[in-house]
Write a protein that binds this ligand. Structure first.
Ligand SMILES: NC(=O)c1ccc[n+]([C@@H]2O[C@H](COP(=O)([O-])OP(=O)(O)OC[C@H]3O[C@@H](n4cnc5c(N)ncnc54)[C@H](OP(=O)(O)O)[C@@H]3O)[C@@H](O)[C@H]2O)c1
Length: 319
């Protein structure tokens, strides 16, 4: 099969479009013909080696398609089923092998392409707004990079929870998208904490920060007493070491560094978050903005677009 392979971690040219042997499902595994693979910032962290994977590896943490074969002992999944998965690497390929316990069945009416566009980031938005900090009606919420893949979904889900959403973005085009997703106020990054305090009085209840190094200090300064900073990524680079004592004078703040994997620990939790996200999508409550579909061979271009802040919403690779 054709796949993207990273023989040695590095810049986007480290990704090779090449022929590798078809994977074979072991007992308990499912072979999937990939219809679409979601591009996520974590794929960049894997590619550059910030999160280590043993090379050579096939990147890609989210995909969807049709079951082509099942290993021995697999029950509840059959050849021909439309399914998706998140948080397991190997989706930048024509075929992928996934443990049956991680397979998410797709309901009628949700295409594999829609699932690959919405599941990883939608389930992240779900746990951030329902479990890490449970957003309540009337809360003020700050969402950084509000026109990104995560940002557009987080904004919509926080609005579904009844919050007032303040977004940050870098360009006028991104501001328009964030407003269309429901953001009540959209700011540029310069002095954003001051603007947030002007808008809210005492600050926001929660900041969802996937930008990291560039926004961290401003995020802390945007919170009201006892507010929470959910630092869920580092698109601009990792946050330097931090003294927890600083949380005290800033208002007894909470700081967490959450990951999707720890919020889908059981099959029930995986399926219930997926069901909510796919249900919102089917009902039209959650809209996905696919900004570009790339042939699998153009994975390098997709990464270049994501890393250089040119992209908005979701990027897909189509094998
Ligand atoms: N912890 C989890 O469970 C989890 C799960 C999914 C994603 N994430 C994290 O969520 C974040 C967003 O991921 P995504 O895939 O949806 O990407 P994305 O938001 O579509 O793209 C990154 C965006 O970050 C902003 N940004 C600010 N400074 C940047 C810089 N120096 N370099 C690159 N981008 C910069 C840009 O928006 P502006 O131009 O508007 O600033 C850019 O478009 C990432 O940090 C990712 O790791 C975490």
């Amino acid at each position: 099969m054709r796949a993207i392979v990273v023989p040695t971690p590095g810049d986007s040219s480290a990704m090779r479009y090449t022929e590798i042997p078809d994977p074979v499902p072991a007992p308990g595994e499912v072979l999937i013909d990939v219809a679409a693979s979601g591009v996520n910032f974590i794929d960049v962290y894997h590619r550059i080696g910030r999160y280590e994977l043993a090379p050579p590896f096939v990147p890609g943490s989210e995909g969807a398609g049709t079951v082509a074969a099942v290993g021995s002992g697999v029950t509840g999944v059959s050849v021909g089923d439309k399914v998706a998965w998140v948080n397991i690497t190997g989706s930048y390929a024509e075929r992928a092998v996934i443990p049956a316990t991680q397979v998410i069945p797709l309901p009628d009416g949700v295409s594999p392409e829609t699932a690959a566009s919405i599941l990883l980031q939608g389930m992240t938005a779900h746990y951030l707004t329902h479990s890490t900090y449970h957003v309540q009606p009337g809360d003020h919420v700050l969402v950084h990079a509000a026109a990104g893949g995560m940002g557009l979904l987080l904004t919509q889900v926080a609005k579904l929870c009844g919050a007032t959403v303040i977004g940050t973005v870098s360009t006028a085009e991104k501001e328009k998208l964030a407003r269309e997703a429901g953001a009540d106020h959209v700011l540029r990054y310069g002095n954003f904490a001051e603007a947030v305090k002007d808008l809210t009085g005492s600050g926001v209840h929660v900041v969802y920060d996937g930008v990291g190094a560039a926004t961290f200090e401003g995020s802390l300064a945007s919170l009201r007493p006892r507010g929470m900073l959910a630092l869920y990524g580092a698109a601009s680079g990792p946050v330097p070491p931090f003294d927890p004592q600083r949380l005290n004078p800033l208002g007894s703040l909470f700081l967490t560094r959450p990951s999707l994997g720890h919020y889908i620990l059981t099959r029930d939790e995986l399926l219930s978050r997926a069901q909510d996200v796919l249900g919102w999508a089917a009902a039209g409550d959650l809209k996905v903005h696919v900004s570009r579909r790339y042939p699998l061979a153009d994975a390098k271009q997709a990464h270049d677009d994501l890393e250089s802040r040119r992209s908005t919403g979701k990027l897909l690779l189509i094998p």
